[in-house]
Design a protein around this ligand. Structure first.
Ligand SMILES: Cc1cc2nc3c(=O)[nH]c(=O)nc-3n(C[C@H](O)[C@H](O)[C@H](O)COP(=O)(O)OP(=O)(O)OC[C@H]3O[C@@H](n4cnc5c(N)ncnc54)[C@H](O)[C@@H]3O)c2cc1C
Ligand SMILES: *[C@@H]1O[C@H](CO)[C@@H](O)[C@H](O)[C@H]1NC(C)=O
Ligand SMILES: *[C@@H]1O[C@H](CO)[C@@H](O)[C@H](O)[C@H]1NC(C)=O
Length: 462
């Protein structure tokens, strides 16, 4: 009986990115029927967004399926909906374990316009790869000789460069190459500098096997397919949520006079009473420093009332969140090899190992690590990373529902999903989807009588 009543509970999901869609899908498949998604914008998909550039499609947001293999739910869905090309789905591709660094065929160019050959570039590249692998190992060993990945790589690269390259010109060029690789690493981590990325937690990010692949018809096709399986009217668009009043702080009631512990208030004045709210807004956004740090203060004081408990605020402040910019350029003629998949720029004056460019306003071009030629135009967007001084513990705290443990009031009023709430797969589409499923499951098991799984006839609706 308890479960059947649970199915009537009113659930509001804030945000229609992949994590919100995933949570809705889970809940509806398990018989919950009062589920509504409130989305601030006029579209679904959030940070998954496909645009057009001339005759080509361009990924303004996410581009890759990282680790496309059976363990990756995005890959499984993409196969199910038939959205990938045969090569991406092949057993061979799925088995390829590249540890998060796809082996693109590169071309290298120097700032004086010279082509740089592999004989010069490969030794520096392989030193850099070993250094990042060493960084990942600190997670398992529980050690942290310096606080950040940037500090470790720079210190070791300088030390080993002296041992490896006697000739000063080669050494400087190798160090400059590693500066470029540091910038590439900044882009992967979505951070301004690797000096902000915590060393001890760097290995926490889990890579899955599979050679990273893209959606030939655009990532947004996945969103369309998933949305097709949800009821047509489940999303209320253009409903930015202004405040989630929880803990019975504002009494919401429905037409029958039933009261609810949570009232979700939108900017337009509309409000929705709820038993449970799953919040999927990019929480990390509030953590970027220092500008958005102020945003957080405003945000957390107003988005939830009562405000977020301090442990959560602190974890949000510790988490990192950076910005990547994509710039798309079209050339009349290719100046690269026909088989080239990736072009890297080596600034010859960067033997001092820099990943931060002074005066970004005028010399932003030096922050570019290079080009890949799969996708086009221009946008900015971001995801989370584990900042210096921050740990997996912070992600667990972020993911903990409100009221927090030990409080006597009605449980699971506000739940947290989104890419920043998974400690192995943060910053990815699959991590975001898993986090939505996780919060859906949390509500499902909350209402399901624990010892009588066979009695849950409604799950046969799946
Ligand atoms: C440029 C870029 C490139 C990326 N590349 C990759 C990649 O190649 N591979 C990969 O796996 N991942 C990549 N990512 C990360 C991936 O896109 C995200 O991790 C994932 O899409 C996040 O999903 P989400 O549901 O957690 O959040 P989002 O997609 O951000 O969804 C949150 C939703 O909440 C809405 N919202 C916000 N505030 C409110 C409010 N107050 N009220 C109502 N709604 C609100 C937003 O409009 C949005 O629709 C990339 C991200 C960016 C930005
Ligand atoms: C929630 O409400 C209870 C009872 O009114 C109160 O004791 C408690 O402090 C409130 N919790 C928060 C986080 O405000
Ligand atoms: C993140 O996802 C992995 C894989 O599903 C899971 O084992 C782990 O518990 C998740 N972490 C959190 C905090 O949800």
């Amino acid at each position: 009986m308890a479960f059947l009543q649970g199915l009537d509970s009113h659930i509001i999901i804030v945000g229609c990115g992949i994590s919100g869609i995933g949570a809705a899908q889970k809940l509806l498949n398990h018989g919950f029927h009062n589920v509504r998604i409130l989305e601030a914008t006029g579209r679904c998909g959030g940070r998954i967004r496909t645009g057009r550039f001339g005759k080509k499609i361009v990924e303004i947001g996410a581009n890759w399926i990282h680790g496309p293999s059976q363990e990756n739910p995005i890959f499984r869905l993409a196969c199910q909906y038939n959205l990938l090309d045969p090569e991406s789905m092949s057993e061979e591709n799925q088995a390829m374990d590249i540890g998060g660094h796809p082996p693109f065929v590169p071309n290298w160019f120097s700032s004086s316009g010279k082509r740089l050959g592999p004989e010069l570039m490969l030794p520096a590249t392989s030193l850099f790869v070993s250094l990042t692998e060493e960084c990942q190992d600190f997670h398992a060993s529980g050690q942290e000789p310096v606080p950040s990945v940037g500090q470790y790589i720079k210190r070791e690269a300088r030390r080993r460069a002296v041992e490896l390259w006697d000739d000063a010109t080669t050494r400087d060029l190798s160090l400059a190459t590693m500066s470029m690789l540091l910038k590439l690493e900044c882009c992967i981590s979505g951070t301004h500098t690797m000096d902000d990325v915590g060393l001890g937690a760097f290995g926490m990010y889990k890579t899955l096997p599979g050679l990273d692949c893209t959606f030939p018809g655009g990532y947004e096709g996945l969103i369309r397919c998933m949305m097709n399986e949800l009821p047509k009217d489940i999303v209320s668009f253009n409903r930015p949520v202004k405040c989630i009043h929880w803990n019975n702080s504002v009494q919401g009631a429905d037409s029958s006079g039933r009261t609810f512990p949570v009232l979700v208030e939108c900017e337009n004045g509309e409000s929705f009473p709820a038993d449970h709210v799953i919040l999927t807004v990019p929480l990390g956004m509030s953590a970027a420093k220092p500008r958005a740090f102020r945003y957080l203060k405003r945000h957390q004081a107003t988005l939830l009332s009562p405000p977020l408990p301090l442990p959560k605020v602190h974890s949000i402040q510790r988490m990192g969140f950076g910005t990547n910019n994509k710039i798309f350029v079209e050339f009349e003629q290719p100046f690269w090899d026909p088989d080239c998949e990736s072009i890297y720029f080596v600034w010859e004056d960067e033997a001092n190992l820099v990943d931060v460019v002074p005066d970004l306003q005028t010399s932003w071009i030096k922050k570019l690590f290079g080009f890949t030629w799969f996708h086009d135009p221009y946008t900015c967007g971001s995801y989370s990373y584990i900042a210096k001084g921050c740990s997996g513990y912070d992600i667990d705290i972020l993911a903990e529902p409100l009221p927090m443990k030990g409080s006597g009031t009605q449980s699971l009023q506000v739940l947290f999903a989104g890419e920043a709430t998974n400690n192995s797969f943060f910053s990815t589409v699959h991590g975001a989807l898993m986090s939505g499923w996780r919060e859906g499951d949390r509500l499902i098991s909350h209402y399901r009588p624990s010892s009588s799984s066979s009695s849950v006839s409604v799950s046969s609706k799946l």
